[in-house]
Design a protein. Structure first.
Ligand SMILES: [Zn+2]
Ligand SMILES: [Zn+2]
Lengths: 202, 239
């Protein structure tokens, strides 16, 4: 049994995702032995995110202001909305530098077994955005949910909901990882890659 | 300790650490298996795409004390016809959720496994309105907790059956009736399902009776599991 405050820290760290009891103890002792200002810097940055970061009122990305930096950027095309499950997915899409539209964060994916239905996601907020389009006509919705059972179900659900509204609804393509071997590809991925093949100019 | 090989249907997965998942399978020989799939969230993992929920596989596992470790998986069926159809998926989710609650770790259950795979194959071929109800009633019967259908579950009289009450254990006659009112056609369909005429029952077109079968099967399952089937209530076309 450890001294009260250190045990408390171990318990708190152990609640973090991916941190088991052993790692929690290692991190706690690391912080205990680290220079004071280093440890306090960590404490301060935790306090700062909790105080200063909120969700963008338009797209639900993480933001420092009412509207996130992407929604506020006049160079971004507000007529194209990329729908993602989680703010971290925005980071991944941004890294590609291929997308110049805006986003909408659902806050998860349909997962009936865990009780997540459309009401638990920000589907209504998406529909409200389409109805109240900030003076811009929304032309395309890109469904960028994960290519797993829950993400595909979510994409199919949204496609059914959105397609009668007369805008373009697209789904990101599914395919093989660059540098991967066909020989090791799973049948579902390879099957989808074949179904989604495109013309190639010679 | 050591390794084992078995077939399995993936029921659910949850993220673990940076790149792993814990995959829950139902298997014929080892019952419910919970195993770590290491590195599966990395696109180049040889397990990626093979251990999604609703996948029928053969796999090899290391036996662990609490969790096993999946070392290899080959896909037998992805059930793409279900996966790509929003209208068939809810029934599949409810089947997986039910089996997740019925199956017991390390306890062989070849009949339940076979029934699940069979039902998923039927679902992939066509959307029968009694399929989900039939699956649930069969699964309960295999567990020895199926409903009484031959006579009144309360007084055992061979009278016409007019109601279904999971609490009483099955169909009820006019004088004992409680629970959900049912038509004669509903009783006939349930008798077909449990009496070896499944194929005929599955061919029934959608009707009030087929809806009643699904409702009574869901309530019987929830009564025996002592919990709500979350997917069954979100299911109706995802609300
Ligand atoms: Zn925003
Ligand atoms: Zn009676």
């Amino acid at each position: 049994m450890l001294a009260g405050p250190i045990q408390e820290l171990v318990d708190e760290l152990g609640r973090l995702p991916g941190v088991g009891p052993k790692s929690a103890q290692r991190i706690a002792f690391h912080l205990l032995e680290a220079p004071k200002d280093e440890a306090l810097r960590l404490a301060a940055s935790i306090a700062k995110v909790k105080e200063q970061i909120r969700l963008c009122s338009r797209c639900f990305n993480v933001a420092e202001t009412e509207i996130c930096s992407i929604c506020a950027d006049p160079r971004r095309d507000p007529a194209v909305i990329c729908v993602v499950e989680d703010p971290r997915d925005i980071v991944s899409v941004e890294k590609t530098r291929e997308f110049h539209g805006t986003y909408h964060v659902l806050g998860g994916a349909l997962n009936p077994i865990d009780g997540v239905g459309p009401e638990q996601l920000r589907v209504r907020d998406l529909l409200n955005r389409l109805g109240n389009d900030h003076d811009h006509k929304i032309a395309e919705i890109i469904l960028c949910t994960n290519p797993n059972l829950e993400g595909e179900a979510t994409a199919m659900y949204l496609a059914r909901l959105l397609s009668p509204l007369g805008l373009r609804v697209t789904r990101i393509a599914s395919g093989l990882p660059v540098g991967g071997d066909l020989e090791y590809a799973d049948e579902l991925t390879l099957g989808r890659a074949l179904a989604g093949r495109h013309e190639m100019a010679g | 300790m050591g390794t084992f090989r078995d077939e399995g249907v993936v029921l659910r997965t949850i993220k673990l650490g940076e790149a792993d998942r814990i995959v829950t399978f139902v298997t014929p020989e080892h019952g419910k298996v919970r195993a770590v799939a290491k590195g599966i969230r990395r696109p180049k993992s040889k397990l990626v795409g093979r251990l999604e929920p609703l996948t029928h596989v053969t796999m090899m596992c290391w036996k662990g004390r609490e969790l096993d470790v999946v070392t290899q998986a080959e896909v037998l069926d992805h059930f793409r016809g279900i996966r790509d159809d929003l209208d068939r998926m809810p029934a599949a989710f409810t089947m997986l959720e039910t089996v997740d609650h019925l199956a017991v770790e390390r306890q062989p259950m070849p009949a339940l496994f076979k029934t699940l795979v069979g039902a998923l194959r039927v679902l992939e071929e066509r959307a029968s309105p009694v399929l989900l109800g039939a699956f649930l009633l069969k699964a309960l019967t295999l567990e020895g907790i199926g409903p009484v259908v031959a006579s009144c579950a309360s007084c055992d009289e061979d009278a016409p059956l007019v109601a279904f009450d999971a609490h009483s254990g099955g169909f009820l006659c006019r004088s004992c009736r409680s629970g959900q009112a049912v038509s004669a056609e509903t009783v006939r369909l349930v008798r077909q399902i449990l009496g070896g005429e499944l194929r005929a029952a599955l061919a029934a077109p959608p009707s009030r009776a087929t809806a009643e079968v699904e409702r009574l099967a869901t309530s019987a399952t929830e009564y025996h599991l002592d919990r709500r089937l979350r997917s069954a209530h979100l299911s109706s076309g995802f609300g």
